[in-house]
Each structure stands twice: as structure tokens, then as C-alpha cells.
Design a protein around this ligand. Structure first.
Ligand code: BDR
Ligand code: CA
Length: 311
């Protein structure tokens, strides 16, 4: 079986960490590189976090440093969910795993290099702010023709989280996201509509912890660290946003949605970073630039998560 070459760009991040661990166990894909971008926390954390979690996942691909800040604005972080270290205060439990000197190549150049190497077959999974892709698109005009598809965790067809209007990854770097949505690259968008349905309950986290490997004990601990945030807001568990696009690369059958038009708001005072969508409207845009996912079979999502983590 030919493996799907995947470049994984992330801002690790509690749910990013879970997605990396799953990716490392998916026999159908080959991670050809990872980018660590600033987002949930600064790059001084996302780089070592990504390196260490990738090692825990058994991924040997290089981790490239991505952008230290969004393309045109200061960084907004999400430490209120992921803690100061990005891993729910648990980063020290994997601090014995060595972190290599970062390669000289930066993530945006690595995306281009891999796209050229894989001759139109490269898939990019982006689960942080889209800055690395934005820089790559600005620098390499031919890039859109070289990437097969970009799977993102970002945006929403209906509501926000970091603000009432916007989802975090898009809000942090709306200009980069706009460039991506206007690039012509096929986009598979897992926004909040679906990712807030892809949660893990405390019991399911225990089940992961009980698998009994270092990686699964670690990720169960990391997930539990933000559980209270979700439970006190009336949710049934932690949203595993970033696992969605990663699983969708191989298991689109558990997700549902449709093609729609997405425009990114880069100027609005109240609506900055909103992915304005015609998904639900009568009058449509004159373009359809993304497959917008709005639902998941949660039982299958949990089943697959456990199945991969047990491998
Ligand atoms: C997204 O923002 C980050 O905090 C998560 O890692 C996820 O990628 C959810 O809005
Ligand atoms: Ca993320």
C-alpha cells in the first residue's frame, strides 16, 4: 500500500499532541515533516513540545521551526486552555526526551520542498494558525499546483470560540488564512461545527490512560488537565479539535459536510477572523473553495482514536 505523504503543521498544544500521537500510529500515512508554529503558546514551547511528542509517537521525520508570530500582527496565545507550557502543565513529564537543534530550513520552505519532492501528492494537515502556509504561498507562487489538499482545523460555518465570531487558529492569523482560502488549493475544513462534537469524556480519557504506554499515559494526563475548563462550561468532555483533520485524511467516511464558499474577515472590529460562509445561506457566494465539515460520527471517532493509540 502506498502511504499518503503528509506534512503536519501544528502549535503543540494539548489537542495537537493527541493528533501527533494518532498520526504516528496511522499505517496509511507517512509524516514527511512537521512544522512548529507559534499559536497556543510561543515557539519556544511549540518547538520542543512538537519534537518531544513526535518522538513519543515514534515519528522520525524532522521538525522544522515555523513562524514566531503571525504575518502582520502580534501573537495572541491560548494559555488559558493549554497552560503556559502548552501541554497542560505536563511538559516537564517528557522533558527527558532530547530536543534536537532545529534544522536551518524553516517550515514554509520545508512545505515547498516536500511538495516539489512528492510531485503533486503532498497533503498538508494544518492545526495551528496558518502562518507557515501563508508565508509559503507568498514565497512560492507555484505552490498551489503542487499540493494535493490541505486539511485544516480552523474556522467555523457558524460560531466562534476565542471571540463570538472567530475560531482561534483563524483569528490569530486571518491574513494567512485568507491567502490559503484564496489560493485555489483544495481545502478540507474541520471547523468548530464538527470539532466541538469530537470530544472525549473523562471515562474515555481513562480508557486511553489504561492502554498503559508512556505515550497514552502522557496524553491522558494532558487531556485531563483542561477537563475542568470544559466540564464547568457544561460540555461532556474535552474537544479534540486537531485529531479531526488528521483522521479525516484516511477516514473521511466518519465526517460529513459539503462544498461551500468561505471568505475570511480580516478587518472587522467585532468579526475579525470570522470564516464567513454561505454553508447555511440562501444566497451563495459565486465560489466554492472548501469542503466544510459540520458533523462526525462521534462513536466512530472515539473508536478510531482508541484503535490507533493501542497500536
Ligand atoms: C484550535 O485552537 C487551538 O487552541 C487548538 O489547538 C485548536 O487547534 C481550536 O480553536
Ligand atoms: Ca492547534
Amino acid at each position: 500500500m502506498e502511504k499518503i505523504p503528509v506534512f503536519f503543521d501544528c502549535d503543540t498544544g494539548t489537542d495537537d499532541a493527541a493528533a501527533i500521537l494518532i498520526a504516528g500510529k496511522m499505517p496509511e500515512i507517512e509524516i514527511v515533516g512537521l512544522g512548529a508554529v507559534a499559536g497556543n503558546v510561543g515557539i519556544e514551547h511549540t518547538y520542543p513540545n512538537t519534537c518531544r511528542v513526535a518522538k513519543l509517537a515514534g515519528i522520525d521525520a524532522p521538525v522544522y521551526k515555523g513562524a514566531e508570530e503571525p504575518m502582520f500582527r502580534p501573537l495572541v496565545k491560548a494559555e488559558y486552555i493549554h497552560a503556559n507550557d502548552g501541554l497542560g502543565g505536563k511538559a516537564d513529564t517528557i522533558s527527558d526526551i532530547p530536543v534536537p537543534e532545529p534544522p536551518k530550513t524553516r517550515a514554509w520552505d520545508a512545505i515547498y520542498n516536500e511538495a516539489v519532492k512528492h510531485n503533486g501528492e503532498l497533503v498538508v494537515v494544518a492545526v495551528g494558525p496558518m502562518t507557515d502556509l501563508g508565508i509559503a504561498l507568498a514565497k512560492y507562487k507555484e505552490l498551489p499546483k503542487l499540493i494535493k489538499k490541505v486539511y485544516i482545523m480552523g474556522g467555523s460555518a457558524s460560531f466562534g470560540n476565542i471571540t463570538p465570531a472567530a475560531e482561534f487558529n483563524i483569528y490569530v492569523d486571518p491574513e494567512a488564512a485568507k491567502m490559503l482560502f484564496e489560493s485555489g488549493i483544495p481545502i478540507y475544513m474541520c471547523g468548530l461545527d464538527v470539532t466541538e462534537k469530537a470530544y472525549l469524556t473523562p471515562e474515555e480519557m481513562d480508557e486511553i490512560g489504561n492502554i498503559g504506554t508512556r505515550a497514552t499515559e502522557f496524553i491522558a494526563d494532558v487531556c485531563r488537565s483542561s477537563l475542568e475548563f470544559y466540564l464547568t462550561r457544561g460540555y461532556k468532555g474535552k474537544f479534540m479539535h486537531d485529531s479531526c483533520p488528521m483522521l479525516a485524511v484516511v477516514h473521511p467516511e466518519i465526517f460529513s459536510g459539503k462544498m461551500a464558499g468561505i471568505a475570511v474577515e480580516t478587518k472587522g472590529k467585532i468579526t475579525l477572523g470570522r470564516t464567513v460562509s454561505d454553508y447555511y445561506t440562501d444566497r451563495k457566494f459565486d465560489f466554492e473553495n472548501a469542503f466544510v465539515v459540520t458533523d462526525v460520527d462521534r462513536e466512530k471517532f472515539v473508536e478510531l482514536t482508541l484503535e490507533y493509540l493501542k497500536k
